[in-house]
Design a protein around this ligand. Structure first.
Ligand SMILES: [Zn+2]
Length: 182
């Protein structure tokens, strides 16, 4: 399906998706490359950066995009949130226990669910098994444990890492805050 005509550097093989930017250049998410090709062919998006790969169909050869920008502005009612799961929490917290900085092995609800704590980004942290057990079903205030930093909804970098494993070099310029002022 993919042509061999690769050019340029970069770990193309590590990427399975294309970064989608709003018409305003605000990053919206990651879509499968095939979907990105469809958006470009339908003139709904323009290619800002391509992978150097080509996708061949019967009578068409299309460059496979790495970064696309939607031609018309899509209204996003609130900041797009990455799905809350173990992989995302680990990525946000750098795979480190947020209590002792050891290797994270589990997810801890800061306010335990049994005490009304919600399963939301602001109430979950990566934790090592020992800290998780030590904290148990208690509120943080009744332990002598401390969080390295208050948990928050992840930045766009986190959902990129969750989607494709790492931030491809070609995407860096589009993810830096400076591009958002355009
Ligand atoms: Zn720990």
């Amino acid at each position: 399906m993919y042509g061999a005509g690769r050019r340029g550097g970069g770990s193309v093989s590590a990427m399975s998706g294309a970064l989608v930017l709003n018409a305003t250049y605000e990053p919206l998410g990651v879509v499968p490359r095939r979907r990105a090709v469809v958006l470009v062919l339908a003139h709904r998006a323009e290619v800002l950066h391509d992978t150097g790969l080509a996708m061949h169909s019967e009578n068409l050869t299309v460059p496979v995009p790495s970064v696309i920008r939607l031609r018309s502005y899509v209204k996003v009612p609130f900041r797009r949130r990455a799905p809350l799961n173990r992989r995302g929490v680990f990525a946000r917290d750098g795979h480190r226990c947020q209590y002792c900085e050891g290797a994270a092995e589990s997810i801890d609800h800061v306010i335990p669910r049994s005490k009304g704590g919600e399963h939301v980004w602001e109430n979950v942290v990566a934790a090592c098994r020992a800290c998780n057990v030590r904290k148990g079903d208690r509120l943080l205030a009744s332990t002598n444990m401390q969080l390295r930093r208050p948990p928050a909804a992840p930045h766009e970098r986190t959902w990129v890492v969750v989607a494709v494993g790492s931030v491809p070099e070609a995407w860096e310029p589009y993810l830096s805050p400076a591009t958002l002022s355009a």
